[in-house]
Design a protein around this ligand. Structure first.
Ligand code: F6R
Length: 248
């Protein structure tokens, strides 16, 4: 797995946005859809801001973009303040010309017994497009990617998962306390992430430096799902100086 270190998260996010824009344009020229796997959380905010800027100021079109988000809390209403649907609309989708039918975010409103069928359909849709061209990831303090928590298998499928305590604590500020923080989520499985043709994991700040080192330089282990990326042939950790500070 490669690493690239930038002076700060702003310059790093712009570089990632440039790679995405270039891919979208190559696919446009080929009259092909561009299949993006997208993440939420704080790490991709600068990336989405830059993609919106490229659309508004430089005419980058998202008409050929098909997006699949990694995850959603369960249960979760789409218009709730903490939903990932709302996050994606407010930070990206509402500000670019992506067609509403072309973005997909796991549905947090399903009844429990409908989830597993829904998850296999989510994967089938990705497969119908020939897989994800470029997957954006953040990383949890425990090494999770998507909500594939510690212990997730490398061939895990899209599914309902229990969130780790550490993940819930990290989210509890948004939910005004741990008691209100969801205990479960629907996540794209590790397998579909690993099948993406290109993977970019973004990590910023000192608080991500330890898990970045574990993931990049440690043993490949399901205790740290991000370490699976060592076995991907086109994955890059895009880091700011602080997140890279423990790498040897
Ligand atoms: C979000 C996701 C998570 C986050 C991770 C880091 O869609 O899949 O894996 O990427 O929890 O979150 P931030 O960026 O908020 O530190």
């Amino acid at each position: 797995v490669g690493t690239i270190v930038f002076e700060n998260s702003t310059s790093a996010s712009k570089a990632v946005a440039k790679e995405i824009a270039d891919l979208i344009k190559v696919k446009q020229a080929q009259k092909q859809p561009c299949i993006l796997g997208l993440a939420t959380g704080s790490s991709p905010k600068g990336l989405y801001a830059e993609l919106v800027r490229l659309h508004k100021e430089e005419g980058l079109s998202f008409k050929n973009v098909i997006a699949f988000n990694l995850d959603e809390y369960y249960p979760m209403e789409p218009d709730s303040i903490n939903s990932y649907v709302r996050f994606m609309k407010e930070l990206l989708f509402n500000h670019v010309d992506i067609l509403p039918e072309n973005y997909h975010i796991p549905d947090g409103t399903l009844s429990k017994d409908a989830i597993s069928e829904y998850c296999s359909q989510y994967e089938s849709k990705i497969e119908a497009y020939g897989g994800i061209d470029l997957q954006i990831l953040g990383i949890g303090g425990n090494g999770h990617i998507g909500f594939n928590e510690s212990g997730s298998l490398q061939n895990s499928k899209t599914r309902l998962v229990a969130l780790d305590h550490i993940t819930r604590v990290a989210a509890s500020g948004d939910f005004s306390g741990l008691n209100n923080t969801p205990r479960t989520a629907i996540t794209l499985g590790v397998k579909k992430i690993m099948e993406a043709k290109r993977v970019i994991l973004m990590a910023w700040g000192e608080s991500k430096s330890h898990i970045t080192k574990e993931s990049v330089e440690g043993t490949v282990t399901n205790l740290v799902p991000a370490s699976f990326l060592q076995e991907h042939n086109n994955a890059t950790f895009v880091l700011d100086k602080e997140a890279s500070s423990k790498l040897t």
